[in-house]
Design a protein. Sequence first.
Lengths: 427, 413
Amino acid sequence: MVCALLCAAATALAQDKPQAYTGAEIIPIYGPVIKNGVLVVHKGKIVAVGSVGATAIPPDAERHDATGKIIMPGLVDTHSHIGGGSGGDSSAALQPDVRIMDSINARDTGFQRAQAGGITTANIMPGSGHLLSGQTIYVKYKDASTIDDLLIRDAQGNIAGGIKMANGTNSIRSSAPFPGTRSKSAALVREMFVKAADYRDKVRSARAGKEKMPTRDLALESLADVLEGKRVVHYHTHRHDDILTALRAAKEFGFRIVLHHVSEGWKVADEITRAGAPASLTVVDSPGGKIEALDASFETGAALERAGALVGFNTDDYITDSRFFLRSAALAVRAGMSREKALYGLTMAGARMLDLQGRIGSLEVGKDADFILLSGDPLSVYTKVLETYVEGVKVFDRANAKDRLYAVGGYGASRDQVVHLHEEEDR
Amino acid sequence: MAFLRYSLAAPFVLALILSAAIFSGPSALAQVAVRGETVHTMAGPPIKDGVVVIRGGKIEQVGPASQVKIPAGYKTLSARVVTPGLIDAHTVVGLAGYLNQPHDQDQLESSSPIQPELRAIDAYNARERLIEWLRGFGVTTIHTGHAPAALVSGQTMIAKTRGDNIDEAVITPSAMIAVTLGNAGVAPAGRAPGTRSKAVAMLRAELLKAQDYVAKWNEAPADKKPARDLRLEIFGRVIKGEMPLLVNVHRAHDILAALRVSKEFNIKMVLDGASEAYLVADHIKAAGVPVILHPMMYRAAGEGENLSMETAAALRRAGLSIALQSGYENYVPKTRVVLFEAAVAAANGLSFSEALATVTIDAARILGISNRVGSLEAGKDGDLALFDGDPFEYTSHVTGVIIDGQVVSQQSR
């Protein structure tokens, strides 16, 4: 970010000529591993991927020797809290009008660390202390000075994002307007969606010229997006019965859901699979810490894979550090998940959960040139992320002293970091 | 709500009963041998195709299979890689439980800033499930006690990760006095110590009183000893050089403040956490103070914002004595695992054997228990961890754990 001018120059350069990365082992995710591969990117997009010799490299391409390295798609983190953002306040349990984009500090060094971890796309969300804590944003981890630089937009220019909901104990509090029990939590959610459905119907009817457009309501407007499938619900849920409660609500109101954390998902793997609900796992080093997570297991990924569910991963950063995102998948493999599905979970599964499967998640011609260079096996502790590219632009280079500081830490590595609230709660 | 909690706890209780049954078996005198493709004894170079023979809970012989024969009738386990049982040089498990509810959180008493009379042994729950969790990943010895946040929070203890109660588990009932300096040691607004300087002043005043107390006891005739004072009595052991202060501190200038106190009173000290130790490594080395370093994957925030994954390597190169810890976690995960932390150190500048030493022999030396644990040598405790590959690889598994000659886990973890 301090190198805004340099970066801009580098960007221009990167866009001018095709860039070819040759000799690497390429893990494209959509197909088999390419042993001696070449990846060609141009103007922020992938223009060729295949094996050396069988893949045409444009004559004007700048070549980069990547022999001995591994290239795979940039990682997709489906659940992060970096950037010091906040969601709803204590005035209500359901706050669909609140947008996390209005509180993100794009200069937070957490973004630099995430780049060092090989993450190129993320879903940044408000917390789980509400039944509904606000609207999330899907971002690219570019070098940025404003939040607008990070946002992902669709062809119509709409800002991409979901909505964050939670059940179980985090969103239960001792006094109104917050629920005191799980049943009350579910009832409040159902009441909200009944109102939202009514609003949606009125809007539809008005668009058909049958009645007057209702007064604009920011909360109901975002929920109408949810009911129309334009906004996915990212549902924080741990206990097996809470998972089923979330699925019940999704079925009743027809909204699209991604389950997050899913600590006891191994107990209801078949139910999750039958509901067609994707699961985004947070892999932590021990169970417990909260009663709902007593039965958290490294084996959840393997259990859900066996059942046939779509499994992805998340950092839940600050819960786990974005620099260790590859490790989350590796621990799932340790506990029985297949290597293939674990790598898919770090990339393409996440892309699908964010409705971005047409743009990111695999190395295919026409997709965004979001990729990483690794020093070795992505699932090895000894492997380093060497370089991270977002839309063809290098945003992290371990050979660069400043970037290396973010990768390993050290004096000044957290400058501009927003101190997370939990520190104050400790006191 | 209460009903739900109890019903959730039921299978857990059952598991404890089952594990109790395993422990109370007649295996105390078990004769066990372990054959490893590579045996890291930490008392010399690794042995290829090595054998460790354990009898009566102690290691009887260690050496290559060509020289050490496994006696008839010994239960024999095999593994790709064998290491000493791992040592977590500082944790709070056993005091801080995995439910994270008020009734299983005894790691911090905040009623007063200076309470060295609080003993970890009086709160340690040997059946805590987090202990079982650590054990499953090869951790056989833990140095546990009070969490940071009070100026002087209590006496730490060292235990094996087995046994149904403190007496079966304990190695050193009173190991160190836990102190917190820096911002974390400052009390909530309106209470003392309100600043860093005040905290150091209060600690110095307490040590002065302890000096006086020790002198009075030494001078008084046997029939006229002063009344016992639990607080000054334990601080007196620090004054006499019998036990160290374990000072949790992160900022470089706070580390120097700690070293200043150590020098003033000529007392033993161990630094704990020490995020910015790499900035003042020469000072720490000159003071002869060892460091139980923060977990490598510790969150870089607050006073630890400048921590580095390469600090273990930097301190080692500077000639410091270092060990790794799982530290204190107040939420999720409720504990870290030193096996994983040492792995990150091995990936960030430490050699394999140096990283393994931070959770075996070097940790044992800093904790003063290297006569019993930390390496595989004849006469030491039969504590071993077995692996199916490089112990530090994310995708390797712990395949067996032995404590005092008893096979306590054969699950693949």
